[in-house]
Ligand binder design. Structure first.
Ligand code: NAI
Length: 732
């Protein structure tokens, strides 16, 4: 009998409509394809259908084995449906959700008929937990095939057996690494670790999976136990409680250092994994469910899930309100200025297959810029994110020049020359003379209003700001700045380009310092005021690290350049007056010629290799209080700096610089390092309540008027007892 004659027509699941089963010669091919969704997610209806399916596989003697495969082009299963999470009201609810998931996957694992997971595309969270409960895992060698347990990124832990199955498959150390970082593992690496049993070309995935399922069904092959490449040391570790205790201790220590104790999920994940070793599988699962329940109701998880929704909704945002004109395709980009930012922009563009015309004033600088692009790409090669051929192809896309040759067929120009209006006007005029009329012209300025730059343009409606953050290849935000006359088509094209470069793109209206630079300046300026009053450099940085910023404001000032900070402060003080008046400390340190890291001397010391040392005590000689230090309480430090930033963010919304609180929160978190577990300045106000924020601002204003006058919108919010975001349901 041939397979074809034995094929039963497909039947489709009733509840979710996501599951189709084809039986081919005793092998059930289960195809998951959630209708009306770009990716497969595990929602309640899908889970109900899986339960039904398991019952059927168990009861149908004509089926000997099964294959689970996805009908989506780029995903196997992307994980649990996070929207369903919003209905979780208590830790008990969440614990129950976890126990249900665990029991479903236990039943899948114990099925009479072995199931082969045929994985192409993203296999994440609950998707990977499902695959791990299968008897065999085959992944495609396609770059889109990635496996991960990213739950900690949402403040959660894997809750459907992931903390128990993963260590058994790949060993304790690999498992902790995956669970604590949430990082994507590509198929090749997964194969080496034993997370995949085979790797094949996508074109043969289904056939190989069916064949393997049949072999497993007939007992010609044993179900996988993973652990392919475990070293002897790793294997010894699995059996040795004392060795494991060291691994757990090291992991806890690392997490504590990285999170400053702000994120409860990573230590909870370690506890769940550890429980599996000390209490056995059942006890481990119980702990996993209990801890999952606890994590699901933490404020940290709520904010991280908010950021997930906020960035997801931005991805669907064209950048203009109302009907959006289509974005133009961008094939060729020109980058003016091959310095620090220009090189970063060229690198991320080449990575996306965009040809880059690179221009600077002399060949030495062009060569330096090309070398910087190369360095970024080589780092990716080193991390095995690209192959040598891909590196060569991407590098070949970047061509340098000292004139405007090649600008005639450019779609978008991004200017990243020095922060100087006269220079920016000159290069704009020169470039426009060569560029086609349809081309967009974007400036990467960090503080000059775009309408000022556009004054030199013959086509000001095609001029906007594309403000990248440094280092460009690592920072996930792009702030697009539009003026009242920017053409909607220019905006949507720039937004689409930014998304293609892998960025979270917010669109803001023009103004001094736009959004991010303006609120950062308010924050940094307040740090300067604290220095004026005698607070110690390290005390300021420490207070904000403890608040949750990745670096303190004084360290950041050294990084950005004290002179650059001074210039920006000047622009903002001119625009907004006393509120932004530069601190005395800042002025004096600039006058002393200290520029920060780049000049080798700032608030901190820098070794010959550029490595940052401790506070440079000699800097105090320039400060108003000299070497006498005042003892300022950490709470006062973060209250003042953070509230200055938050209040300014609210003003930006009030003045229409920001389109929405969502953009403000995403901008602050992904551009400036505002602590993600606090959600952003607007979420912070909602958490603390507008009344409370106003009260604190008023107290500060009574000491430092007029810097802390509460934004009008805050007062309005408090008066009407409103919030920036709804209390329940999907936040954005
Ligand atoms: P940079 O000093 O590293 O590079 C500027 C480059 O522009 C130099 O290579 C210079 O030779 C080149 N240049 C000068 N005149 C030119 C001309 N006529 N034609 C072509 N190239 C010319 O400066 P960086 O840091 O890359 O900054 C560039 C722009 O990006 C500035 O507007 C800055 O405010 C902005 N920015 C900087 C950030 C940072 O962290 N460094 C962050 C965001 C924006």
């Amino acid at each position: 009998m041939t397979a074809t004659t034995a094929t039963r027509p497909a039947d489709v699941s009733r509840k979710s409509g996501a599951i189709t089963v084809d039986v081919e010669d005793g092998v059930a091919v289960i195809t998951m394809d959630l209708p009306n969704e770009p990716v497969n997610k595990l929602n309640q209806a899908v889970k109900d259908d899986f339960i039904e399916l398991i019952r059927r596989l168990d009861g149908d003697a004509s089926i000997q084995a099964a294959v689970l495969i996805s009908g989506k082009p780029d995903t196997f299963i992307a994980g649990a449906d996070i929207e369903e999470f919003l209905q979780v009201r208590s830790s008990d609810d969440a614990e129950r959700l976890s126990l249900d998931g665990q029991s479903l996957l236990d039943r899948l694992e114990q099925l009479r008929t072995p199931v082969v997971a045929a994985i192409h595309g993203a296999c994440l969270g609950g998707g990977l937990e499902t695959a791990m409960a299968c008897a065999w895992r085959i992944g495609t060698d396609h770059p889109k095939t990635v496996l991960a347990l990213p739950e900690v990124m949402l403040g959660l832990i894997p809750g459907a057996g992931g903390t128990q199955r993963l260590p058994r498959l790949v060993g304790l150390r690999n498992a902790l690494d995956m669970i604590l970082t949430g990082r994507n593992v590509r198929a090749k690496k997964a194969l080496q670790m034993g997370l995949l049993d085979e790797m094949v070309h996508p074109s043969i995935l289904r056939d190989v999976a069916v064949k393997r399922a049949r072999q497993l069904g007939r007992g010609e092959k044993k179900p996988s136990v993973g652990r392919k490449q475990l070293t002897l040391a790793d294997l010894a570790l699995e059996k040795n409680p004392a060795g494991r205790a060291i691994v757990f201790r090291q992991a806890r220590e690392k997490v504590r250092k990285q999170t400053h104790g702000h994120y409860p999920a990573p230590p909870a994940a370690i506890d769940a994994v550890a429980a599996g070793y000390s209490l056995g599988r059942e006890g481990g699962l119980g702990e996993e469910a209990r801890l999952f329940g606890q994590m699901a109701v933490t404020p940290q998880s709520r904010e991280l899930i908010f950021l997930f929704f906020a960035t997801t909704s931005l991805r669907k945002d064209s950048g203009v309100s109302g009907p959006a004109p289509p974005a133009r395709d961008v094939h060729r980009l020109a980058v003016l200025g091959t310095g620090f930012m220009g090189a970063g922009i060229a690198a991320v563009s080449a990575m996306q297959g965009i040809a880059v015309r690179f221009k600077d004033v002399d060949h030495t600088r062009v060569a330096k810029g090309l070398k910087s692009v190369y360095d970024v790409l080589v780092e990716r090669l080193r991390k095995r994110q690209i192959t040598r051929t891909q590196l060569d192809d991407q590098m070949a896309l970047v061509g340098g020049s000292v004139d405007y040759s090649g600008f005639r067929n450019v779609d978008v120009t991004i200017e990243a020359v020095f922060e100087d209006l006269a220079l920016k006007h000159r290069v704009l005029r020169e470039a426009e003379a060569e560029l086609p009329a349809r081309a967009l012209y974007a400036s990467n300025t960090s503080s000059i209003p775009i309408s000022r730059i556009a004054e030199a343009s013959k086509r000001p409606e095609r001029v906007l700001g594309m403000h990248f953050f440094s280092p460009v290849h690592k920072m996930p935000l792009l702030e697009i700045i539009v003026t009242p006359i920017t053409a909607p088509e220019a905006t949507v094209t720039a937004v689409a380009l930014g998304k293609r470069l892998g960025k979270h793109v917010i669109v803001v209206n023009d103004g001094p310092g736009f959004y991010t630079t303006r609120i950062l300046a308010a924050y940094m300026n307040e740090a300067g005021r604290l220095l004026d009053e005698g607070a110690a450099v390290e005390a300021i940085d420490k207070a904000l690290l403890e608040f949750g910023f990745p670096v303190g404001p004084i360290t950041l000032l050294d990084e950005v350049g004290i002179d650059v900070g001074g210039k920006i402060a000047g622009v903002l003080a001119d625009a907004f007056g006393e509120r932004f008046a530069s601190s005395e400390s800042m002025q004096r340190v600039i006058a002393a010629g200290r520029t920060g890291r780049k000049g080798g001397s700032g608030f901190y010391t820098y070794g010959k290799d550029g490595k940052k040392g401790g506070v440079d005590q000699s800097v105090y000689e320039f400060l108003p209080t000299g070497t006498a230090r005042a003892d300022v309480h950490p709470e006062e430090i973060h209250d003042r700096t953070v509230l200055a930033m938050v209040n300014e963010a609210v003003r930006c919304l009030e003045e229409g610089v920001l389109r929405s609180p969502r953009d403000g929160d995403v901008g602050a978190v992904f551009g400036l390092g505002f602590p993600p577990f606090r959600g952003g300045p607007f979420r912070y106000v909602d958490t603390e309540s507008a009344e409370m924020v106003i009260r604190r601002l008023e107290q500060l204003n009574s000491r430092f008027a007029p810097r802390f006058v509460p934004a009008g919108l805050l007062l309005e919010l408090a008066e009407r007892r409103r919030r920036f975001y709804p209390l329940d349901g999907k936040p954005v």
